[in-house]
Design a protein around this ligand. Sequence first.
Ligand code: HEM
Length: 508
Amino acid sequence: MYSFLSALLTPYTAISITFLIILKEFYFSRRTNAPKCPKLAFPIVGHAPYVQFKRFHRQLTEWGNNFKKTGIYQINIFGETSVVVSSYEAIKEVLITKSDELGGRAKLLRTSLTTRGGKDVAFDNFGHRFIQKKKLLMKSIKVHDQKNIELEQVTLDVLEDYSRRVLDKNEIIDFHEFSINLMFDIIMAILVGHRVNIHDQRLQELKESYATINKCFLNQKLAIYDLFPWLTYFYQSKEYKEMKQAIKNRDANLSSFLKEVREEQLGNILGEQGLYDKFLQEQRKQERDNKLDDDECFMLAMETILAGYTTSSVSIMMIFALLMKHPRVLNKLINEIETTMGFNEPINYLKKNNMPYLEATIWESLRFIRHVNPIPHSAMIDSTIQGYFIKKGTQIIINTRDLHHNEELWGDPSNFRPERFFREDGTLMAPDEGCRKYLFVFGGGRRVCPGKGLAQQRMFITIIYLLQRYKFEYVKDLNDENYIYNSNEWDFDIVLHPDQFFVKVSRR
Ligand code: HEM
Protein backbone atom coordinates (compact mmCIF):
# COMPACT_ATOMS: atom_id res chain seq x y z
CA MET A 1 0.00 0.00 0.00
CA TYR A 2 2.76 2.40 1.06
CA SER A 3 4.83 1.77 -2.06
CA PHE A 4 1.70 2.22 -4.21
CA LEU A 5 1.04 5.65 -2.61
CA SER A 6 4.67 6.77 -2.85
CA ALA A 7 4.70 5.73 -6.53
CA LEU A 8 1.66 7.96 -7.06
CA LEU A 9 3.22 10.90 -5.21
CA THR A 10 6.12 11.57 -7.53
CA PRO A 11 7.03 15.21 -8.18
CA TYR A 12 5.54 14.80 -11.67
CA THR A 13 2.14 13.72 -10.38
CA ALA A 14 2.13 16.56 -7.84
CA ILE A 15 3.05 19.10 -10.51
CA SER A 16 0.38 17.74 -12.89
CA ILE A 17 -2.31 17.92 -10.20
CA THR A 18 -1.29 21.48 -9.33
CA PHE A 19 -1.39 22.40 -13.03
CA LEU A 20 -4.95 21.05 -13.37
CA ILE A 21 -6.10 22.92 -10.26
CA ILE A 22 -4.62 26.16 -11.62
CA LEU A 23 -6.33 25.69 -14.99
CA LYS A 24 -9.66 25.07 -13.26
CA GLU A 25 -9.25 28.21 -11.11
CA PHE A 26 -8.24 30.30 -14.13
CA TYR A 27 -11.31 29.38 -16.15
CA PHE A 28 -13.68 29.53 -13.18
CA SER A 29 -12.80 33.18 -12.46
CA ARG A 30 -13.43 34.03 -16.13
CA ARG A 31 -16.95 32.67 -16.00
CA THR A 32 -18.16 34.63 -12.98
CA ASN A 33 -18.60 38.29 -12.08
CA ALA A 34 -15.14 38.36 -10.50
CA PRO A 35 -13.25 41.61 -9.77
CA LYS A 36 -10.97 42.79 -12.60
CA CYS A 37 -7.20 42.23 -12.68
CA PRO A 38 -4.62 45.09 -12.85
CA LYS A 39 -2.49 43.34 -15.46
CA LEU A 40 -2.75 40.49 -17.90
CA ALA A 41 -1.94 37.31 -16.01
CA PHE A 42 0.60 34.84 -17.38
CA PRO A 43 -0.63 31.26 -17.85
CA ILE A 44 -0.05 29.09 -14.76
CA VAL A 45 2.05 31.60 -12.76
CA GLY A 46 -0.59 34.36 -13.01
CA HIS A 47 0.67 37.72 -11.67
CA ALA A 48 3.63 36.15 -9.81
CA PRO A 49 6.35 37.59 -12.13
CA TYR A 50 5.18 41.14 -11.30
CA VAL A 51 5.32 40.72 -7.53
CA GLN A 52 8.10 42.44 -5.58
CA PHE A 53 7.81 41.05 -2.09
CA LYS A 54 9.73 43.78 -0.25
CA ARG A 55 7.69 46.55 -1.86
CA PHE A 56 4.38 44.75 -2.15
CA HIS A 57 2.61 47.58 -0.29
CA ARG A 58 3.68 50.03 -3.01
CA GLN A 59 2.62 47.71 -5.77
CA LEU A 60 -0.86 47.31 -4.26
CA THR A 61 -1.27 51.10 -4.35
CA GLU A 62 -0.01 51.38 -7.93
CA TRP A 63 -2.39 48.66 -9.11
CA GLY A 64 -5.22 50.13 -7.00
CA ASN A 65 -4.92 53.45 -8.85
CA ASN A 66 -6.62 51.76 -11.84
CA PHE A 67 -9.61 50.74 -9.71
CA LYS A 68 -10.32 53.86 -7.66
CA LYS A 69 -13.99 53.87 -8.66
CA THR A 70 -14.81 50.34 -7.50
CA GLY A 71 -12.08 50.06 -4.84
CA ILE A 72 -11.65 46.35 -5.58
CA TYR A 73 -9.49 44.21 -7.89
CA GLN A 74 -7.95 40.76 -7.89
CA ILE A 75 -4.59 39.16 -8.52
CA ASN A 76 -3.76 35.55 -9.10
CA ILE A 77 -0.53 33.87 -8.06
CA PHE A 78 -0.03 30.27 -9.15
CA GLY A 79 -3.79 29.75 -9.13
CA GLU A 80 -4.36 31.31 -5.69
CA THR A 81 -6.72 34.27 -6.02
CA SER A 82 -6.40 37.31 -3.76
CA VAL A 83 -8.93 40.11 -3.87
CA VAL A 84 -7.66 43.55 -2.84
CA VAL A 85 -10.11 46.09 -1.35
CA SER A 86 -9.20 49.73 -0.73
CA SER A 87 -12.36 51.89 -0.81
CA TYR A 88 -14.21 52.76 2.41
CA GLU A 89 -17.38 50.94 1.26
CA ALA A 90 -15.54 47.74 0.29
CA ILE A 91 -13.40 47.71 3.48
CA LYS A 92 -16.45 48.32 5.67
CA GLU A 93 -18.28 45.48 3.94
CA VAL A 94 -15.37 43.07 4.58
CA LEU A 95 -14.57 44.11 8.16
CA ILE A 96 -18.00 44.97 9.53
CA THR A 97 -21.05 44.06 7.43
CA LYS A 98 -19.80 40.62 6.38
CA SER A 99 -17.44 40.12 9.29
CA ASP A 100 -18.52 36.50 9.87
CA GLU A 101 -18.40 35.22 6.31
CA LEU A 102 -15.26 37.14 5.27
CA GLY A 103 -13.36 36.84 8.57
CA GLY A 104 -11.51 33.57 7.97
CA ARG A 105 -7.75 33.06 7.63
CA ALA A 106 -6.02 31.04 4.96
CA LYS A 107 -3.99 28.13 6.30
CA LEU A 108 -0.48 28.79 5.04
CA LEU A 109 2.59 26.72 5.79
CA ARG A 110 4.60 29.57 7.32
CA THR A 111 1.84 30.77 9.65
CA SER A 112 0.97 27.19 10.57
CA LEU A 113 4.57 26.46 11.52
CA THR A 114 4.90 29.56 13.69
CA THR A 115 1.57 28.99 15.49
CA ARG A 116 1.52 25.19 15.88
CA GLY A 117 -1.18 24.89 13.25
CA GLY A 118 -3.25 27.95 14.23
CA LYS A 119 -3.34 27.43 18.02
CA ASP A 120 -3.08 31.23 18.35
CA VAL A 121 -5.75 33.86 17.59
CA ALA A 122 -4.44 35.87 14.63
CA PHE A 123 -3.87 32.96 12.25
CA ASP A 124 -6.63 30.63 13.37
CA ASN A 125 -9.64 30.30 11.12
CA PHE A 126 -12.91 31.76 12.35
CA GLY A 127 -14.87 29.24 14.45
CA HIS A 128 -15.84 28.09 17.93
CA ARG A 129 -12.26 27.61 19.19
CA PHE A 130 -11.13 30.97 17.76
CA ILE A 131 -13.98 32.77 19.57
CA GLN A 132 -13.05 31.09 22.85
CA LYS A 133 -9.36 32.10 22.58
CA LYS A 134 -10.13 35.63 21.52
CA LYS A 135 -12.62 36.09 24.38
CA LEU A 136 -10.05 34.82 26.87
CA LEU A 137 -7.40 37.16 25.49
CA MET A 138 -9.73 40.16 25.54
CA LYS A 139 -10.96 39.42 29.06
CA SER A 140 -7.39 39.13 30.35
CA ILE A 141 -6.17 42.40 28.85
CA LYS A 142 -9.15 44.59 29.70
CA VAL A 143 -7.41 47.83 30.62
CA HIS A 144 -9.85 49.02 33.28
CA ASP A 145 -9.57 45.85 35.27
CA GLN A 146 -8.03 46.62 38.71
CA LYS A 147 -5.08 44.26 38.08
CA ASN A 148 -4.27 45.99 34.81
CA ILE A 149 -4.24 49.37 36.51
CA GLU A 150 -1.58 47.85 38.76
CA LEU A 151 0.28 46.78 35.64
CA GLU A 152 0.70 50.49 34.85
CA GLN A 153 3.28 50.53 37.62
CA VAL A 154 5.14 47.71 35.88
CA THR A 155 5.29 49.81 32.69
CA LEU A 156 6.54 52.79 34.67
CA ASP A 157 9.24 50.64 36.30
CA VAL A 158 10.56 49.65 32.86
CA LEU A 159 10.47 53.27 31.66
CA GLU A 160 12.40 54.39 34.72
CA ASP A 161 15.01 51.73 34.07
CA TYR A 162 15.44 52.85 30.43
CA SER A 163 15.69 56.49 31.54
CA ARG A 164 18.57 55.68 33.81
CA ARG A 165 20.39 53.30 31.53
CA VAL A 166 19.88 54.95 28.13
CA LEU A 167 18.25 58.37 28.06
CA ASP A 168 20.03 60.14 30.93
CA LYS A 169 23.33 59.83 29.06
CA ASN A 170 22.54 62.90 26.93
CA GLU A 171 23.52 61.09 23.77
CA ILE A 172 22.40 60.51 20.23
CA ILE A 173 20.50 57.22 20.15
CA ASP A 174 18.93 55.03 17.47
CA PHE A 175 15.30 55.55 18.46
CA HIS A 176 14.17 52.54 16.41
CA GLU A 177 16.37 50.16 18.37
CA PHE A 178 15.44 51.97 21.61
CA SER A 179 11.67 51.57 20.98
CA ILE A 180 12.00 47.88 20.08
CA ASN A 181 13.91 47.12 23.28
CA LEU A 182 11.62 49.29 25.41
CA MET A 183 8.39 47.84 24.03
CA PHE A 184 9.72 44.27 24.19
CA ASP A 185 10.62 44.69 27.86
CA ILE A 186 7.30 46.39 28.65
CA ILE A 187 5.25 43.60 27.06
CA MET A 188 7.38 40.92 28.79
CA ALA A 189 6.86 42.69 32.13
CA ILE A 190 3.10 42.85 31.54
CA LEU A 191 3.05 39.19 30.61
CA VAL A 192 4.72 38.06 33.83
CA GLY A 193 3.67 40.87 36.18
CA HIS A 194 7.08 42.32 37.03
CA ARG A 195 10.16 43.80 35.42
CA VAL A 196 12.29 41.17 33.74
CA ASN A 197 16.05 40.83 33.94
CA ILE A 198 17.31 42.32 30.68
CA HIS A 199 20.54 40.33 30.97
CA ASP A 200 18.68 37.02 30.90
CA GLN A 201 20.27 35.17 27.97
CA ARG A 202 16.96 33.48 27.12
CA LEU A 203 15.25 36.82 26.56
CA GLN A 204 18.03 38.04 24.29
CA GLU A 205 17.72 34.87 22.25
CA LEU A 206 13.93 35.12 22.28
CA LYS A 207 14.08 38.60 20.76
CA GLU A 208 16.54 37.40 18.11
CA SER A 209 14.30 34.45 17.20
CA TYR A 210 11.28 36.72 16.80
CA ALA A 211 13.34 39.02 14.53
CA THR A 212 14.47 36.07 12.38
CA ILE A 213 10.94 34.67 12.09
CA ASN A 214 9.53 38.12 11.19
CA LYS A 215 12.10 38.45 8.40
CA CYS A 216 10.98 35.08 7.02
CA PHE A 217 7.60 36.63 6.23
CA LEU A 218 9.11 38.79 3.49
CA ASN A 219 11.38 36.10 2.10
CA GLN A 220 10.41 35.37 -1.48
CA LYS A 221 12.10 31.97 -1.38
CA LEU A 222 9.88 30.91 1.53
CA ALA A 223 6.64 32.15 -0.05
CA ILE A 224 6.89 29.28 -2.52
CA TYR A 225 6.32 26.82 0.37
CA ASP A 226 3.01 28.53 1.19
CA LEU A 227 1.86 27.89 -2.36
CA PHE A 228 3.24 24.36 -2.61
CA PRO A 229 3.64 22.95 0.93
CA TRP A 230 4.30 19.47 -0.47
CA LEU A 231 7.68 20.79 -1.72
CA THR A 232 9.04 20.39 1.82
CA TYR A 233 8.90 16.61 1.36
CA PHE A 234 11.40 16.89 -1.50
CA TYR A 235 13.51 19.91 -0.73
CA GLN A 236 14.00 22.16 2.31
CA SER A 237 16.03 25.29 1.53
CA LYS A 238 18.57 26.88 3.88
CA GLU A 239 16.04 29.65 4.65
CA TYR A 240 13.33 27.12 5.46
CA LYS A 241 15.62 25.31 7.89
CA GLU A 242 16.60 28.63 9.49
CA MET A 243 12.97 29.52 10.05
CA LYS A 244 12.24 26.15 11.65
CA GLN A 245 15.29 26.51 13.91
CA ALA A 246 14.25 30.04 14.95
CA ILE A 247 10.75 28.78 15.86
CA LYS A 248 12.30 25.98 17.91
CA ASN A 249 14.59 28.44 19.75
CA ARG A 250 11.73 30.89 20.35
CA ASP A 251 9.55 28.21 21.90
CA ALA A 252 12.33 26.68 24.00
CA ASN A 253 13.42 30.04 25.46
CA LEU A 254 9.91 31.33 26.10
CA SER A 255 8.75 28.08 27.64
CA SER A 256 11.78 27.84 29.97
CA PHE A 257 11.35 31.50 30.98
CA LEU A 258 7.60 31.21 31.69
CA LYS A 259 8.08 27.97 33.63
CA GLU A 260 10.67 29.59 35.89
CA VAL A 261 8.48 32.65 36.49
CA ARG A 262 5.50 30.44 37.40
CA GLU A 263 7.59 28.44 39.87
CA GLU A 264 8.85 31.63 41.53
CA GLN A 265 5.36 33.08 41.72
CA LEU A 266 3.84 29.96 43.26
CA GLY A 267 6.24 30.42 46.16
CA ASN A 268 5.43 34.11 46.46
CA ILE A 269 2.38 34.88 48.64
CA LEU A 270 1.96 38.33 47.10
CA GLY A 271 1.77 36.54 43.73
CA GLU A 272 2.56 39.31 41.24
CA GLN A 273 0.12 38.49 38.51
CA GLY A 274 0.78 39.03 34.84
CA LEU A 275 -1.25 38.28 31.73
CA TYR A 276 0.11 34.76 31.41
CA ASP A 277 -1.23 33.92 34.88
CA LYS A 278 -4.57 35.29 33.86
CA PHE A 279 -4.62 33.05 30.77
CA LEU A 280 -3.93 30.02 32.98
CA GLN A 281 -6.49 31.09 35.58
CA GLU A 282 -9.18 31.49 32.93
CA GLN A 283 -8.16 28.13 31.47
CA ARG A 284 -8.70 26.46 34.85
CA LYS A 285 -12.21 27.93 35.08
CA GLN A 286 -13.24 26.53 31.71
CA GLU A 287 -15.48 23.45 31.43
CA ARG A 288 -13.65 20.28 30.48
CA ASP A 289 -15.05 19.99 26.92
CA ASN A 290 -14.25 23.60 26.15
CA LYS A 291 -10.94 23.83 27.96
CA LEU A 292 -8.13 25.47 26.02
CA ASP A 293 -5.08 23.24 25.96
CA ASP A 294 -1.61 24.27 27.21
CA ASP A 295 -0.36 24.80 23.66
CA GLU A 296 -3.15 27.31 23.06
CA CYS A 297 -2.31 29.25 26.24
CA PHE A 298 1.36 29.22 25.29
CA MET A 299 0.54 30.51 21.80
CA LEU A 300 -1.53 33.33 23.33
CA ALA A 301 1.56 34.38 25.30
CA MET A 302 3.77 34.06 22.21
CA GLU A 303 1.38 36.19 20.16
CA THR A 304 0.89 38.83 22.85
CA ILE A 305 4.66 39.43 22.79
CA LEU A 306 4.84 39.45 18.98
CA ALA A 307 1.80 41.66 18.37
CA GLY A 308 2.65 43.81 21.37
CA TYR A 309 6.21 44.85 20.56
CA THR A 310 6.32 44.88 16.74
CA THR A 311 3.34 47.23 16.31
CA SER A 312 3.88 49.51 19.31
CA SER A 313 7.62 50.04 18.82
CA VAL A 314 7.12 51.58 15.36
CA SER A 315 4.12 53.57 16.67
CA ILE A 316 6.11 55.10 19.54
CA MET A 317 9.15 55.82 17.40
CA MET A 318 7.10 57.51 14.71
CA ILE A 319 4.91 59.51 17.11
CA PHE A 320 8.12 61.10 18.40
CA ALA A 321 9.44 61.56 14.85
CA LEU A 322 6.22 63.35 13.89
CA LEU A 323 6.25 65.52 17.03
CA MET A 324 9.82 66.62 16.24
CA LYS A 325 8.70 67.69 12.78
CA HIS A 326 5.56 69.47 14.05
CA PRO A 327 6.50 71.71 17.00
CA ARG A 328 2.99 73.24 16.99
CA VAL A 329 1.46 69.83 17.81
CA LEU A 330 4.24 69.10 20.33
CA ASN A 331 3.59 72.39 22.17
CA LYS A 332 -0.16 71.78 22.34
CA LEU A 333 0.52 68.33 23.75
CA ILE A 334 2.95 69.65 26.33
CA ASN A 335 0.35 72.24 27.39
CA GLU A 336 -2.25 69.52 27.78
CA ILE A 337 0.11 67.43 29.93
CA GLU A 338 0.92 70.48 32.05
CA THR A 339 -2.71 71.38 32.71
CA THR A 340 -4.11 67.90 33.32
CA MET A 341 -1.28 65.78 34.68
CA GLY A 342 1.50 68.21 35.58
CA PHE A 343 5.21 67.63 35.08
CA ASN A 344 5.97 66.19 38.49
CA GLU A 345 2.79 64.26 39.14
CA PRO A 346 2.61 60.48 38.72
CA ILE A 347 0.92 59.31 35.53
CA ASN A 348 -2.65 58.17 35.93
CA TYR A 349 -4.44 56.48 33.02
CA LEU A 350 -7.82 57.34 34.51
CA LYS A 351 -7.12 60.94 33.43
CA LYS A 352 -7.14 59.84 29.79
CA ASN A 353 -10.55 61.39 29.15
CA ASN A 354 -9.17 64.81 30.09
CA MET A 355 -6.49 64.51 27.43
CA PRO A 356 -8.32 64.53 24.07
CA TYR A 357 -5.41 66.12 22.22
CA LEU A 358 -3.12 63.23 23.13
CA GLU A 359 -5.78 60.75 22.04
CA ALA A 360 -6.24 62.54 18.69
CA THR A 361 -2.43 62.68 18.23
CA ILE A 362 -2.20 58.90 18.67
CA TRP A 363 -5.01 58.29 16.13
CA GLU A 364 -3.53 60.78 13.66
CA SER A 365 -0.06 59.25 14.00
CA LEU A 366 -1.35 55.73 13.33
CA ARG A 367 -3.32 57.03 10.33
CA PHE A 368 -0.33 58.94 9.02
CA ILE A 369 2.24 56.15 9.44
CA ARG A 370 -0.05 53.22 8.41
CA HIS A 371 2.59 50.65 9.30
CA VAL A 372 0.10 47.91 10.27
CA ASN A 373 -2.23 46.56 7.63
CA PRO A 374 -4.86 43.95 8.57
CA ILE A 375 -3.70 40.36 8.16
CA PRO A 376 -5.29 39.01 4.94
CA HIS A 377 -8.77 37.60 5.55
CA SER A 378 -10.27 34.64 3.74
CA ALA A 379 -13.84 34.01 2.52
CA MET A 380 -15.48 31.31 4.66
CA ILE A 381 -18.28 30.76 2.09
CA ASP A 382 -19.10 31.95 -1.45
CA SER A 383 -19.95 35.63 -1.03
CA THR A 384 -19.86 39.06 -2.68
CA ILE A 385 -18.02 42.33 -2.10
CA GLN A 386 -19.53 45.43 -3.73
CA GLY A 387 -21.56 43.05 -5.91
CA TYR A 388 -18.50 41.11 -7.18
CA PHE A 389 -18.47 37.37 -6.69
CA ILE A 390 -15.96 36.09 -4.10
CA LYS A 391 -15.37 32.37 -4.08
CA LYS A 392 -15.01 30.47 -0.80
CA GLY A 393 -11.33 30.36 0.21
CA THR A 394 -10.35 33.54 -1.65
CA GLN A 395 -7.79 35.63 0.24
CA ILE A 396 -8.87 39.21 0.89
CA ILE A 397 -6.18 41.87 1.26
CA ILE A 398 -7.61 44.89 3.07
CA ASN A 399 -5.59 47.88 1.94
CA THR A 400 -6.18 50.30 4.80
CA ARG A 401 -2.90 51.99 3.81
CA ASP A 402 -4.66 53.48 0.80
CA LEU A 403 -7.87 54.17 2.71
CA HIS A 404 -5.97 56.17 5.35
CA HIS A 405 -4.40 58.41 2.71
CA ASN A 406 -7.39 58.71 0.37
CA GLU A 407 -7.63 62.39 -0.66
CA GLU A 408 -11.37 62.28 -1.30
CA LEU A 409 -12.02 61.17 2.28
CA TRP A 410 -9.36 63.04 4.24
CA GLY A 411 -8.84 66.18 2.12
CA ASP A 412 -5.20 66.67 3.14
CA PRO A 413 -3.96 63.15 4.07
CA SER A 414 -0.28 64.08 3.80
CA ASN A 415 -0.64 66.71 6.52
CA PHE A 416 -0.17 65.61 10.12
CA ARG A 417 -3.13 67.28 11.84
CA PRO A 418 -4.69 65.78 15.02
CA GLU A 419 -7.30 68.59 14.86
CA ARG A 420 -9.09 66.73 12.07
CA PHE A 421 -10.66 64.47 14.73
CA PHE A 422 -12.25 67.34 16.69
CA ARG A 423 -15.78 68.70 16.36
CA GLU A 424 -16.25 72.47 16.10
CA ASP A 425 -17.03 72.67 19.82
CA GLY A 426 -13.57 71.23 20.63
CA THR A 427 -14.72 67.74 21.66
CA LEU A 428 -13.55 64.52 20.04
CA MET A 429 -15.59 62.90 17.26
CA ALA A 430 -17.42 59.64 18.04
CA PRO A 431 -16.24 56.46 16.25
CA ASP A 432 -18.94 56.66 13.54
CA GLU A 433 -18.70 60.41 13.03
CA GLY A 434 -16.97 62.62 10.43
CA CYS A 435 -13.58 61.44 9.19
CA ARG A 436 -13.14 59.23 12.26
CA LYS A 437 -15.41 56.65 10.69
CA TYR A 438 -12.76 56.07 7.99
CA LEU A 439 -10.16 55.19 10.62
CA PHE A 440 -9.49 51.43 10.77
CA VAL A 441 -6.03 51.42 12.36
CA PHE A 442 -7.03 48.53 14.64
CA GLY A 443 -9.18 46.75 12.04
CA GLY A 444 -12.83 46.17 12.96
CA GLY A 445 -15.62 43.62 13.41
CA ARG A 446 -14.88 40.00 14.36
CA ARG A 447 -11.18 40.39 13.63
CA VAL A 448 -10.68 43.69 15.46
CA CYS A 449 -7.38 43.96 17.30
CA PRO A 450 -7.87 42.58 20.83
CA GLY A 451 -4.81 44.53 22.02
CA LYS A 452 -6.31 47.91 21.02
CA GLY A 453 -6.92 49.10 24.60
CA LEU A 454 -3.63 47.74 25.91
CA ALA A 455 -1.70 49.34 23.04
CA GLN A 456 -3.37 52.72 23.53
CA GLN A 457 -2.72 52.59 27.27
CA ARG A 458 0.99 51.78 26.73
CA MET A 459 1.37 54.58 24.18
CA PHE A 460 -0.42 57.03 26.47
CA ILE A 461 1.83 56.23 29.44
CA THR A 462 5.07 56.12 27.40
CA ILE A 463 4.44 59.40 25.56
CA ILE A 464 3.60 61.31 28.75
CA TYR A 465 6.50 59.80 30.69
CA LEU A 466 9.06 60.71 28.03
CA LEU A 467 7.69 64.19 27.32
CA GLN A 468 7.57 65.04 31.03
CA ARG A 469 11.29 64.36 31.32
CA TYR A 470 13.09 64.71 27.98
CA LYS A 471 13.60 66.86 24.91
CA PHE A 472 14.09 65.07 21.59
CA GLU A 473 15.95 66.55 18.66
CA TYR A 474 15.94 65.27 15.08
CA VAL A 475 19.55 64.65 13.92
CA LYS A 476 19.64 66.05 10.41
CA ASP A 477 23.01 64.64 9.32
CA LEU A 478 22.21 61.05 10.30
CA ASN A 479 18.64 60.75 8.97
CA ASP A 480 17.16 60.87 5.49
CA GLU A 481 13.92 62.82 5.94
CA ASN A 482 12.28 61.43 2.77
CA TYR A 483 12.83 57.94 4.11
CA ILE A 484 11.86 58.43 7.76
CA TYR A 485 8.56 60.19 7.07
CA ASN A 486 7.45 58.06 4.13
CA SER A 487 6.42 54.50 5.01
CA ASN A 488 6.23 53.68 1.28
CA GLU A 489 10.02 53.53 1.40
CA TRP A 490 10.20 51.12 4.34
CA ASP A 491 10.59 47.36 4.28
CA PHE A 492 7.90 45.00 5.45
CA ASP A 493 8.19 41.94 7.67
CA ILE A 494 5.30 41.62 10.12
CA VAL A 495 4.78 45.40 9.98
CA LEU A 496 6.43 48.17 7.96
CA HIS A 497 9.37 49.83 9.71
CA PRO A 498 12.37 52.03 8.95
CA ASP A 499 15.83 50.61 9.71
CA GLN A 500 17.20 53.34 11.94
CA PHE A 501 16.23 56.74 13.27
CA PHE A 502 18.72 58.93 15.14
CA VAL A 503 17.64 61.31 17.85
CA LYS A 504 19.48 63.52 20.35
CA VAL A 505 17.99 63.18 23.82
CA SER A 506 18.45 65.62 26.71
CA ARG A 507 16.76 66.23 30.07
CA ARG A 508 13.92 68.77 30.02
C1 HEM B 1 -0.23 50.21 17.94
C2 HEM B 1 -0.45 48.98 18.23
C3 HEM B 1 -1.31 48.03 17.43
C4 HEM B 1 -1.89 48.19 16.20
C5 HEM B 1 -1.84 49.40 15.28
C6 HEM B 1 -2.60 46.95 15.91
C7 HEM B 1 -3.35 46.72 14.76
C8 HEM B 1 -3.95 45.52 14.44
C9 HEM B 1 -4.63 45.24 13.19
C10 HEM B 1 -4.82 46.24 12.05
C11 HEM B 1 -5.05 43.95 13.25
C12 HEM B 1 -5.69 43.13 12.13
C13 HEM B 1 -7.17 43.04 12.10
C14 HEM B 1 -7.62 42.15 10.95
O1 HEM B 1 -6.94 41.20 10.59
O2 HEM B 1 -8.66 42.47 10.36
C15 HEM B 1 -4.65 43.40 14.52
C16 HEM B 1 -4.91 42.11 14.93
C17 HEM B 1 -4.47 41.58 16.12
N1 HEM B 1 -3.77 42.24 17.12
FE1 HEM B 1 -3.21 44.18 17.10
N2 HEM B 1 -2.43 46.07 16.95
C18 HEM B 1 -1.66 46.69 17.91
C19 HEM B 1 -1.27 46.17 19.13
C20 HEM B 1 -1.59 44.92 19.60
C21 HEM B 1 -1.23 44.41 20.91
C22 HEM B 1 -0.52 45.18 22.02
C23 HEM B 1 -1.68 43.13 20.96
C24 HEM B 1 -1.50 42.22 22.16
C25 HEM B 1 -2.38 41.53 22.70
C26 HEM B 1 -2.33 42.82 19.68
C27 HEM B 1 -2.89 41.60 19.33
C28 HEM B 1 -3.51 41.34 18.13
C29 HEM B 1 -4.07 40.04 17.77
C30 HEM B 1 -4.02 38.76 18.60
C31 HEM B 1 -4.68 40.20 16.50
C32 HEM B 1 -5.44 39.15 15.70
C33 HEM B 1 -6.94 39.31 15.92
C34 HEM B 1 -7.78 38.34 15.12
O3 HEM B 1 -7.27 37.72 14.21
O4 HEM B 1 -8.97 38.22 15.41
N3 HEM B 1 -2.25 43.94 18.90
N4 HEM B 1 -3.97 44.39 15.24
